[in-house]
Design a protein around this ligand. Sequence first.
Ligand SMILES: Cc1cc2nc3c(=O)[nH]c(=O)nc-3n(C[C@H](O)[C@H](O)[C@H](O)COP(=O)(O)O)c2cc1C
Length: 328
Amino acid sequence: MAGVSVQAFRRQGRRFGAGLVCSEMVSCSGLHHGNERTLGYLRIAADEHPLAVQIFGSEPELMAEAAQMVVEAGADIVDINFGCPVRKVTKTGAGATLLDDPDRAERIVAAVAGAVDAPVSVKMRRGLEDGSRACLAVGPRLVEAGAATLTLHPRSAKQMYTGTADHSVTAELVELVDVPVIACGDVTSRARAQAVLASTGAAAVMVGRGAQGNPWVLREIVDGDEPEPTREEVVAELILFIRETVREMGERRASGFLKKFYGWYLGRGRFPRQFKQELVVLATTGEAIDRLLLAAPGAAAVLDRLEDEQPPVDDRLLELPVSIYGGG
Ligand SMILES: Cc1cc2nc3c(=O)[nH]c(=O)nc-3n(C[C@H](O)[C@H](O)[C@H](O)COP(=O)(O)O)c2cc1C
């Protein structure tokens, strides 16, 4: 998820039971032009495998080149974005637009699959317009072109995130292709995951928004564990997330980036609403951490335990230019 699936988020997902996690989407033209921010997305550390890195673009040759770059950076799977509904992306002919241009979509998948040995997967929406069934026409062609799995988020691009994911379309796609299909959309609990798997025959579910500020849902889905953490656990996870994010992108970028996460962690009835308001106006992440520990002093011991369990720092660093590390 763009603006969400940073290293800290992906690591946390794995720690809570996700079998596979994916990077934010990475622009193939950004990689082609050596854009520093884009290259920063290729920061993959030793403890991060298996990892899928998602690329987007509309030119088969550039997508093939990008695929080679992400595999060289350590990606285990190259995922192609045919689902992004955001205008900034679709107006360039990338993302969900490609569902309306199956020839080009097929050429992109063939070029990418031909360029790398790593498995190539595709993530798509159902189509551009409400009720569209484009994914059912395009999906089998993408498999033919070399896609090893398909992930379907069965909303239209027009829907953005409104309405509900119509997994009857996922079930149809499962029938049409002989590769694993991953069902994505509105999976927010174990019961929902089980219902989607049973009704679609999909090989797996993918969880997006449900895991924002709520990694416990992954443990619930995988193991059937109690979904609601204690306040101490929430605060400890949030502080670990803050610290890792600061290490990843530097204090200046992290302090803005993290604000949405405060709401995600502290909402869900876990803390009074004004507590989040208090945190988002603090100038530094250090102050936010102090305030969080004041609200849940018992979190310090939980945090110590979590930090002890983290992989060694050496495994978490990567040889990329210092300016990328520093976030600017
Ligand atoms: C903030 C945000 C960013 C997203 N970025 C991406 C992305 O970069 N690539 C992608 O394939 N899907 C992206 N998605 C879509 C999700 O992967 C997922 O398909 C969608 O949210 C439905 O699943 P959910 O109901 O579990 O959230 C994004 C969604 C959100 C909310």
